[in-house]
Design a protein around this ligand. Structure first.
Ligand SMILES: [Zn+2]
Length: 342
């Protein structure tokens, strides 16, 4: 299994100010996790490159691209959470560019899979808005590259604890990108209700799975096995992109979920299985959130093991009335678009 790892010192040059949870040490934590798990020598290290204007403009407006570029060498606060520093623009260009590069290499068969330590993260960045620590929507830019190369079915699985409002915003009317997100709800950023299923031709191709507070491995895995897996099989994507956010980790300072590192590995297993058909195993994962450094290290290592082809950790399915009701509600709302759930 040829699995690429994209990392670059430039990802540490983005600084949102002291005390900000989205800090450069996050990338080092992932690297430490890979090192301690003995995985580094099994990965193919690849250089990053900046995304081009052409690539960015497929998903962002010209005004947005110019606004981020205008932060070069300066400190610019877009909102109370999202402050660009002098090095942010360059980091954001490389964060988006490396996910595009990974996607191209995977589509061309040079790599089987890839893990991008893209920082700053991307899934809150909308077509026209910087938001929630995110400047360019890295995964969306990569999905658009796949579409430009003729892909007709790209699956984006987003297991970050926050809803990826940006990815939804960009593709909500496009059936060529199926966006599936599990997230705490109601919670930041406020979007991601079960009833938000896409618009116009994209109706049905946005799947939001709002999870109750304090959900852990058992709850997540039942939702992934009973909802995400059958939808993914029915869609039969040609490429699977993963918005790999690790802030559902038990102990993350920003959220209140209880997913373990092994649980993250098991979620990655569902993502890899989703690529078993037309995607021929092609998966590109990109770092989103995750603010507990040890949790980030161990969870990212668990995901990487699965990307490398190891069997995912076994998480037993537990019968629980709350989860049963949750899954019944998901089925009822989603079955019109996804008869496989009825
Ligand atoms: Zn998040």
């Amino acid at each position: 299994m040829k699995v690429g790892l994209y990392d670059d010192p430039v990802f540490r040059e983005h600084d949102s100010g002291s005390g900000h949870p989205e800090r450069p040490e996050r990338v080092d934590a992932v690297r430490r996790g890979l090192l301690e798990a003995g995985l580094q020598e099994r990965l193919i290290f690849l250089p990053t490159r900046p995304a081009t204007d052409e690539e960015l403009l497929r998903v962002h407006s010209p005004v947005h691209v110019r606004a981020v570029a205008a932060t070069r060498g300066r400190v610019v606060a877009f909102d109370p959470d999202t402050q660009a520093g002098p090095g942010t623009h360059e980091a954001a260009l490389h964060a988006a560019g490396c996910v595009v590069d990974a996607t191209v290499r995977v589509l061309e068969g040079e790599l089987d899979r890839a893990f991008c330590l893209s920082r700053p993260p991307g899934h809150h960045a909308e077509r026209d808005r910087v938001m929630g620590f995110c400047y360019f929507n890295n995964v969306a830019v990569a999905a658009a590259e796949a579409l430009a190369r003729g892909a007709e079915r790209v699956l984006v699985v987003d297991f970050d604890v926050h809803h990826g409002n940006g990815t939804q915003d960009i593709f909500q009317d496009d059936p060529r990108v199926l966006y599936v997100s599990s997230h705490a709800y109601p919670y930041y950023p406020g979007t991601g209700a079960l009833e938000e299923t896409g618009v116009a031709k994209g109706r049905g191709f946005t799947v939001n799975l709002p999870m109750p507070y304090a959900s852990g491995d058992a709850e997540y895995l039942r939702v992934y096995r009973e909802i995400v897996a059958p939808i993914a099989r029915a869609y039969d994507p040609q490429l699977v992109l993963v918005s790999a956010g690790f802030d559902a980790y038990d102990g993350d300072p920003l959220a209140g979920m209880r997913v373990s590192a092994a649980g993250y590995g098991a979620l990655a297993g569902v993502c890899v299985d989703a690529a078993a058909g037309a995607a021929s195993g092609r998966v590109v994962a990109a770092l989103e959130g995750g603010y507990h450094l040890d949790g980030l290290a161990t969870s990212a290592a668990a995901v990487t093991r699965v990307l490398l082809g190891e069997a995912p950790p076994v998480i037993p399915a537990e019968a629980h009335p709350v989860v049963d009701r949750l899954i019944a509600a998901f089925r009822e709302t989603l079955a019109p678009a996804w008869p496989v759930l009825s």
